[in-house]
Design a protein around this ligand. Structure first.
Ligand SMILES: [Zn+2]
Length: 82
């Protein structure tokens, strides 16, 4: 998982970089229940949390432009696949 995050970090893509930061800062935590599919991701300011799955996120970008791939979802996808 950390190797995946490190390779994202060196990517040119902004969502990929933000996703890597989120993972390496421990900002992606699995929620108890929900069949293990729902994760809590922390906002870039650290003040709010979002509920994120590989397919959906309730952050502003995720709600406005679904299926917009926000960095929260990128981070969750990495966590699930790692
Ligand atoms: Zn999001």
């Amino acid at each position: 998982m950390y190797r995946a995050a490190r390779s994202l970090e060196s990517s040119d893509s902004k969502p990929a970089k933000l996703a890597a930061e989120l993972i390496l800062d421990g900002g992606v935590q699995k929620m108890p229940g929900h069949g293990g599919r729902v994760w809590r991701t922390v906002s870039s300011k650290g003040s709010t949390g979002y509920l994120t799955t590989t397919g959906q996120c309730n952050c502003r970008q995720g709600l406005n432009r679904m299926p917009f791939l926000c960095h929260h979802r990128v981070a969750v996808i990495v966590m699930v696949e790692a």
